[in-house]
Design a protein around this ligand. Structure first.
Ligand code: CDP
Length: 205
């Protein structure tokens, strides 16, 4: 691994993006929202009308994709920053993310992204602490009660959040889990500043 990495995993609505972005800002590091990458591929798969349970068909989608992750999410030259948050994408993304060929392709891009950043990257997702960067210098599992997480999502129903959690934890390839040595941070009643302090403090330990 070249660049320094803070890896953050956790269920939907735990506040990973908000926390990861704030930690990156405080440290002057880059930020990578890997869920946005799975969401972008989902936009393309939904448009192609592909049967999301077919690994072979999903594999074709990923064979010639280019994704650019800056403050915008651009896939094959198209800005999908807003589209990736739609209810259709919320309900389809976990099926797309269960496809191993898609995971392999995106994990490779995530490692390249981190290796190219000048200082370091705060990377958040579901398999970052366990599969993508198991040797990251800080590994955090961010969580909160389901009620709190559904409230934080706002735009997504509690049922949809729970359905994604269930699919993400039960899939065969890279399920969401708490890896060995990963620090669990329950943020249910914690203000953002305090969560950021705790993550940054792990770096200095
Ligand atoms: O923001 P939120 O936590 O609700 O979800 P997200 O981070 O945007 O991720 C959307 C979906 O992508 C998840 O429900 C997972 O199915 C998938 N994902 C994944 O499988 N692996 C990752 N490293 C990141 C996301």
């Amino acid at each position: 691994m070249n660049g320094r990495v803070i890896a953050i995993d956790g269920p939907a609505g735990a506040g990973k993006s908000t926390v990861a972005r704030a930690v990156a800002e405080r440290l002057g590091w880059s930020f990578l929202d890997t869920g946005a990458m799975y969401r972008a591929v989902t936009v393309i798969a939904l448009e192609a009308g592909i049967d999301l349970s077919s690994d072979e068909l999903l594999e074709q989608v990923v064979s010639d994709l280019s994704i650019s992750m800056t403050d915008r999410v651009v896939i094959n030259g198209r800005d999908v920053t807003l589209e990736i948050r739609s209810p259709d994408v919320n309900s389809a993304v976990s099926a797309v993310a269960a496809c191993s060929a898609i995971r392999r392709a995106l994990v490779e891009q995530q490692r390249i992204f981190a290796s190219e950043q000048a200082l370091g990257t705060v990377v958040e997702g579901r398999d970052i602490t366990t599969v993508v960067f198991p040797d990251a210098e800080v590994r955090i599992f961010l969580t909160a009660s389901l009620e709190e997480r559904a409230k934080r999502r706002g735009d997504e129903s509690a049922a949809s959040v729970a359905a994604r959690d269930s699919a993400d934890t039960s899939r065969v390839d890279s399920p969401l889990s708490v890896g060995d040595g990963v620090t669990i941070l329950d943020t249910t009643n914690m203000p953002l500043d305090q969560v950021v302090d705790e993550v940054v403090a792990c770096l200095r330990k």
